[in-house]
Ligand binder design. Structure first.
Ligand SMILES: *Cc1c(COP(=O)(O)O)cnc(C)c1O
Length: 380
């Protein structure tokens, strides 16, 4: 198949993606192609991405450190704010040490390939994020995919595996479904079968747990087996990610994770801004309770016969439509009415489960959510 054929095939299956150009800061109201849309599209769950305090901190960081790190962390690109950020992050999530990565995708690739290799085994929830899947593939470890949240199936696989290194990998909050992994139950299985537990909390860090410390704090578990990933481009409103865990594990990642070692350090101004972001997360109790109210209001208001609102208590509220083409039509009708709700299609979600992915933010108002509810109820 030529590239032209492949593109034509995507178009025929309603799978061709387009990018919209946004010409305003991330927020509930965004400018797109000369129109203002009410957006339920970002992962900026606390509404921090354009917060004036963060913008000021980024400016101050640029004034102090310039814009580029100039080299990788292990050469000369590791700056004081990177280091301070790692110390704050570790203390915040209650783990001994943290390492800052430029993106969550890179953190997942680097961490998995450093922890396991050919001869080891990885156990992965079927709905895990693409970056985890890619890290597993790249590691060369034997791959065991278990049905979504099915811990009995996971235990069967762990029981019969005799590889020297075992790693269980799971999203804490599943990004396209909004549901939660049971972290205490996963940890118990890992303890029983001598496995590492890698938790990707991209959608939980900043939102869940006491003071936004994330899903580990929410479930109250502690163990040297846990390797925790938090990302900093979603609720934290900036960019980047971190891994946190036992001191030696983090030292090993620093030495061996190729997506850490062989890349230019993220601009130090971002780390500087992230220190302010952590303050805002810690003091963000009101934002989190407002977000909780919006989630309840949305769920109470929606009333469908054919479409299906998934059972999610998080800011991610997916509505399953089914076919790609109908989902696209609904997305277009929403846009016509002035809303921006992303349509998520395969391969991001399983075939036949194309969906609207509503994401709520503490920056939304009740009135804005009510407008979306009214429009959706009419469209169905
Ligand atoms: C967004 C996301 C990532 C990737 O993080 P980036 O910082 O955007 O690269 C990793 N894992 C999960 C579960 C995510 O939702």
């Amino acid at each position: 198949m030529t590239i032209a054929d492949k593109l034509a095939a995507l178009r025929e299956q309603s799978l061709l993606r387009i990018r919209r150009q946004v010409d305003s800061p991330c927020g509930p109201e965004v400018r797109v192609a000369g129109r203002t849309l009410l957006a339920f599209a970002s992962n900026d769950y606390l509404g921090l991405a354009a917060d004036p305090l963060l913008v000021a901190a980024a400016r101050e960081g640029a004034a102090r450190y310039g814009v580029g790190a100039g080299a990788s962390h292990l050469v000369s690109g590791h700056y004081a704010p990177h280091h301070a950020l790692e110390e704050r992050l570790a203390a915040f999530v209650g783990l001994p040490r943290a390492l800052f990565f430029s993106t969550g995708y890179m953190a997942n690739l680097g961490v998995i390939t450093s922890l396991v290799g050919a001869g080891d085994a990885v156990f992965s929830d079927e709905l895990n994020h693409a970056s985890l899947i890619d890290g597993i593939r790249l590691s060369g470890a034997e791959k065991h995919i278990y049905p979504h949240l099915d811990l009995a199936a996971l235990e069967e696989k762990l029981k019969t595996c005799h590889r020297p290194g075992k790693l269980v990998v799971s999203d804490a909050v599943f990004g396209m479904d909004g549901d939660l992994a049971s972290l205490p139950a996963l940890l118990e299985l890992c303890e029983r079968h001598d496995a590492w537990l890698m938790v990707d909390d991209a959608h939980g860090f900043g939102v869940r747990g006491s003071a936004g410390r994330g899903s580990l704090s929410d479930s109250g578990i502690v163990s040297p087996r846990i390797v925790y990933i938090g990302t900093l481009g979603k609720a934290a409103g900036v960019a980047g990610a971190f891994v946190a865990g036992a001191d030696q594990v983090v030292e090993w990642l620093l030495q061996s994770a190729r997506s850490y070692v062989f890349t230019t350090g993220a601009p130090p101004l971002l780390a500087h801004a992230l220190l302010t972001s952590l303050d805002l997360i810690e003091q963000g109790g009101d934002r989190r309770s407002h977000l909780g109210r919006l989630i309840a209001e949305l769920r109470r208001g929606l009333n469908f016969r054919r479409w299906r609102l998934l059972d999610s208590q998080t800011a991610i509220q997916p509505i399953i439509i089914g076919s790609n083409s109908e989902a696209l039509e609904v997305g277009a009708a929403l846009q016509e009415a002035g809303f921006w709700v992303p349509v998520i299609r395969p391969p991001t979600v399983p075939a036949g489960t194309a969906r609207l992915r509503i994401s709520l933010s503490a920056a939304h108002t009740s009135e804005q959510v009510a407008r979306l509810v009214a429009c959706l109820n009419t469209l169905e």
